[in-house]
Design a protein around this ligand. Structure first.
Ligand SMILES: *[C@@H]1O[C@H](CO)[C@@H](O)[C@H](O)[C@H]1NC(C)=O
Ligand SMILES: *[C@@H]1O[C@H](CO)[C@@H](O)[C@H](O)[C@H]1NC(C)=O
Length: 345
């Protein structure tokens, strides 16, 4: 074995030397061509933008339960993150720190100082400690942005619903809709200004296809009609409606909103599922559907790179989600494929 390795690397070195010799020869023959080292020094790779941060970290809040109806854990204090949210963030060039909703307050506060963006996932919990933690983190995000930091937030499905409850200060603001497990189009609001929003950098052909093809996944029983949102002064002054969708009973609900003054985007649909979840058969997996996931992730992380937080490298490493292992629960053929489970002790 060891000999094979030595032989391989010796032969690799031989070919590399030959290649460099070849380059040197041609460089000598034609004086305009530079040696590889010279070419490197003379290259005009633009310097990275010093105002951007290229090692962004996203905090994802855990949701109560095991994400698998008790198949993985019945611990009353278990919480989880579906791995698709983690992959979504990672695919765009960021790492994840789990914000465990029931961990001691001082831990959560410390972790919030390490992140360049926050994500609230889907789920069902709308009361108790989980709601309080969402509300508290949401207020912290607003505070940090008011203080000059650029801290983006994505609220997905339940995340959108909770942010709507918090902004409107009305826990009964949501209405019922029939949109369980279905792929839909996105209907762009007339005259909506998409500059500076998630959709600005979507390829124009994809934006067009999103309004004709079923490229986004819905799975919710609650939501907000455009009228309900617009009639609520707090919500309508906070959010712009970018898209709506229609449920099985032809009722129209708000599906994407963007905050007017904060880098906050909220979705009733699931941008993370198309590329990373395989249980529900309705999830679209076409190339265009996957491009939707990729573009949604890219916008989030591009916003996180604008954050001025430069977290301590070791503290980041100590808290990354890589300290935990995801569990495969897709063998049941339903629900999430993989989840990270956190059991506080
Ligand atoms: C959780 O409880 C259910 C119902 O009692 C049981 O079927 C399941 O095996 C339990 N899960 C685990 C991981 O023990
Ligand atoms: C979490 O639950 C486990 C068992 O379900 C228990 O042993 C542990 O004490 C609980 N931890 C907290 C912080 O409540």
């Amino acid at each position: 074995m060891a000999n094979d390795v030595v032989r391989t690397s010796t032969s690799a070195r031989f070919w590399i030397s030959l290649f460099i010799a070849f380059l040197s020869c041609s460089a000598n023959a034609q004086s305009g061509i530079l040696l590889p080292t010279e070419a490197y020094l003379a290259s005009s790779c633009p310097a990275p933008n010093p105002t951007l941060y290229y090692r962004p970290v996203i905090g994802i809040l855990t949701h109560p339960g095991d994400g698998a109806s008790g198949r993985l854990s019945n611990a009353t204090n278990a919480s989880y993150i579906a791995a698709s949210y983690v992959k979504f963030v990672e695919s765009a060039g960021a790492r994840v720190i789990p914000l465990i909703y029931n961990e001691p307050q001082q831990n959560l506060d410390k972790k919030l100082e390490l992140v360049n963006g926050v994500l609230f996932t889907g789920g069902w919990a709308k009361t108790g400690l989980y709601f309080e933690t969402v509300e508290q983190i949401f207020k912290k995000v607003l505070e940090k942005n008011d203080g000059g930091e650029h801290l983006p937030l994505y609220g997905i499905c339940l995340g959108f619903e909770l942010i709507s409850m918090i902004v409107s200060k009305d826990k009964n603001i949501l209405e019922e809709f029939s949109a369980r497990n279905q792929a839909t189009t996105l209907d762009f609001t007339q005259n909506a200004n998409i500059d500076g929003t998630i959709f600005q950098r979507f390829p124009p052909d994809l934006l067009e296809k999103m309004s004709t093809d079923c490229l986004v996944m819905q799975n919710h029983r609650y939501g907000l009609s455009p009228k309900r949102l617009l009639d609520n002064d707090k919500l309508s002054s906070f959010f712009n409606i970018l898209t709506t969708c229609t449920d099985e009973d032809d009722k129209v609900y708000v599906s994407t909103v963007s905050s007017r003054n904060y880098p906050i985007t909220a979705f009733q649909w699931h941008p993370e599922k198309n590329a990373f979840e395989w249980g529900p058969k309705q999830i679209p997996h076409t190339e265009d559907a996957v491009r939707v996931t990729q573009n949604a992730a890219n916008f989030f992380v591009s916003e996180a790179r604008k954050s001025t937080t430069r977290p301590n490298a070791q503290e980041v490493l100590d808290n990354l989600i890589y300290n935990y292992s995801p569990t495969y629960c897709g063998t049941a053929g339903k629900g999430y494929d993989e989840v990270y489970i956190f059991t506080q002790s």
